[in-house]
Design a protein around this ligand. Structure first.
Ligand code: G3P
Ligand code: CA
Length: 277
């Protein structure tokens, strides 16, 4: 059975046994279409991005997935943070790769968003898997993996140790703007769906998409690139399409209308297929 068949089987089972938290849209044919509601960096519109508070908020808001960014500390620990430095989202300064886990964990990653979040910490990958795997899907972005040689192997090892590399654990997707890194992850973890991220129109040509479809299951462009033809082309190549980053009701409505498979949003409450025109 090839990777796409396995993915299809896994997704069918997920849909069959899905919790009531998933978003559905009614097609004109009467067929029910699922749209994944993906909380960007957690529900980043409501809580400090990439913290447990943001992931808890996403669960509370009944998102289907939490999106998050993974990087590596100086002492080799996998941590969840978006920027390659801690300056914007914590009370510290410096590059993630130059700080030890203890140094990173001593920082306040919540106060910048609001005093009620004071004391939130940068989570480790371990903590996130312990708390959230099995409760909500995880869309894991390898952020700037070129800065962290071997990070693909470390992530694969972590997932294998937890037996999360099997087809039945499909509510985990790996994605990156770094396509070589995604090819590598596909080799290391052939049963885990792979996504390619882009904001470049050059990556939306039939030829480019065909190349992605050799190893990717998801093509995930910024929403400025989305139109119906692109969605159809991606689907015709056997891939799904998830788009980002929704920060307004209008952009959520637009993506629903374009019939993408997943909407990556700071505001999970904007994704409501029942509002689809
Ligand atoms: O999941 C897509 C999105 O997260 C990519 O952009 O910069 O928010 O990581 P960024
Ligand atoms: Ca991201």
């Amino acid at each position: 059975m090839n990777k796409k068949t396995l993915l299809g089987t896994g997704l069918s089972l997920l849909i069959l046994f899905s919790p009531l938290t998933q978003a559905f849209a009614e097609e004109s044919t009467g067929e029910v279409r699922k749209v994944d509601n993906i909380a960007h960096r957690g529900a980043a519109g409501y809580a400090p991005e990439n913290t447990m508070a943001a992931f808890d908020k996403a669960i509370e808001m009944k998102a289907d997935y939490i999106e998050m960014d993974i990087q590596r500390t100086k002492d080799g620990e996998l941590v969840i943070i978006h920027d390659t430095s801690v300056d914007r989202t914590t009370d510290g300064s410096g590059y993630v790769r130059d700080l030890t886990l203890n140094e990173l964990r001593s920082l306040d990653a919540g106060s910048w968003k609001g005093t009620e979040f004071a004391g939130e910490k940068i989570p480790t990958f371990d903590q996130v898997l312990d708390k959230y795997h099995g409760k909500i899907g995880i869309l894991l972005e390898l952020k700037a993996p070129e800065l962290y040689p071997g990070i693909e192997e470390s992530i694969a090892e972590e997932l294998k140790d937890r037996n999360l590399d099997k087809p039945q654990n499909q509510k985990m997707i790996l994605q990156s703007f770094n396509f070589e890194s995604m090819k590598k992850m596909n080799t290391l973890l052939p049963n885990i769906p792979i996504g390619v991220l882009t904001w470049s129109k050059a990556h939306t040509t039939p030829q480019a998409l065909k190349e992605f479809s050799a190893y990717a299951d998801y093509f995930n462009p910024s929403y400025g690139l989305i139109n119906e033809d692109l969605v159809n082309l991606v689907h015709s190549l056997g891939m799904k399409i998830q788009s980002w980053t929704v920060r307004s009701q209008a952009s959520a409505d637009f993506l629903l209308e374009m019939k993408v498979d997943g909407i990556i949003t700071d505001y999970p409450d904007y994704v409501d297929p029942r509002k689809e025109k």
